[in-house]
Design a binder for this molecule. Structure first.
Ligand code: NAP
Length: 253
């Protein structure tokens, strides 16, 4: 069993999608602290991704930038395949990149539907597909997909977002069965309301109402989500697969 101060991911190579900001950035930093070489993926915000990598290096960790749009199957395949061939392996994939294009059903734009499905669901599929080959070759792997409490609870104005996250949970359980015999685990982490740019965009009254509904009485932090993800990426979680781990302050009880 790994203990405090140890580096259970030493020698491992990880890719975190959407690692420039928010939860993904915290996950990338935590995996690097635990010893992994971390591919820091982003779509457009290069400055933020570079500053994430600088933080990793300042803490004695290592990584590299791996930019691509997860909605683009070819770009995802090239980005992940390139990292695996440069480092000779890929052990950990965290599918964190996601967007929240909120809107009520009757006003929802077709373009927004295509985009949210393309990024949140298609992106996870493309990246899992690209990562599976090097993981099967290495006969070890950890895939963690970020979903959301709203896939379970539903939320008015977030139907498309909730549908993509529920889809990812179905994909998670199916891939867990498909890849289990190769020592590759596939799990999801479903955060509740976490203090990031995504939730900062909510009007104050809605934020306060959310906080009021959370038993622990506050928003969660990106570091609290990262700790749960890092556990599932580590050697101690080898007998956990197909699981959706709620990190939501008790919101879904
Ligand atoms: P965020 O602060 O908005 O950051 C999103 C990240 O995803 C950024 O790094 C962004 O890159 C990247 N990204 C967006 N579209 C991308 C694409 N097509 N290809 C590659 N990267 C892309 O988000 P967050 O709040 O940290 O959320 C992270 C994940 O947790 C998401 O899956 C979200 O649905 C889930 N989640 C969040 C909460 C919450 O309360 N915040 C709750 C439940 C679930 P750029 O910087 O280049 O734009």
């Amino acid at each position: 069993m790994s203990g405090p101060g140890q580096r259970p991911l030493e020698g491992r190579v990880a890719l975190v999608t959407g690692a420039s900001r928010g939860i993904g950035r915290s996950i990338a930093r935590e995996l690097a602290r635990r010893g992994a070489h971390v591919g820091v993926n982003f779509q457009s915000n290069r400055d933020a991704a570079e500053s994430c990598l600088a933080e990793i290096e300042a803490e004695g960790g290592a990584g590299e930038l791996v930019p691509f749009d997860v909605a683009d199957a070819d770009a995802s395949n090239e980005g992940i395949g390139g990292l695996a061939s440069r480092r000779g392996r890929l052990d950990v994939l965290v599918n964190n990149a996601g967007i929240a294009l909120d809107g009520l059903l009757m006003r929802y734009k077709e373009d927004d539907w295509q985009r949210i499905v393309g990024v949140n669901l298609g992106g996870v599929f493309h990246c899992c597909k690209a990562a599976a080959r090097p993981m099967v070759k290495g006969r070890w792997g950890r895939i963690v997909n970020l979903t959301s409490v709203v896939s379970q609870l539903g939320n008015a104005g977030q139907g498309p977002y909730a549908a993509t996250k529920a889809g990812v949970e179905g994909l998670t359980r199916s891939l867990a069965r498909e890849l289990a015999s190769r020592s590759i685990t596939v799990n999801a982490v479903a955060p509740g309301f976490i203090d990031t740019e995504m939730t900062a965009a909510l009007p104050e009254a809605i934020r306060s109402a959310y906080v009021g509904a959370v038993p622990v009485g506050r928003l969660g932090t990106a570091d609290e989500v990262a700790a749960a993800v890092a556990f599932l990426c580590g050697p101690d979680a080898g007998y956990v697969t197909g699981h959706v781990l709620a990190v939501n302050g008790g919101l879904s009880m």
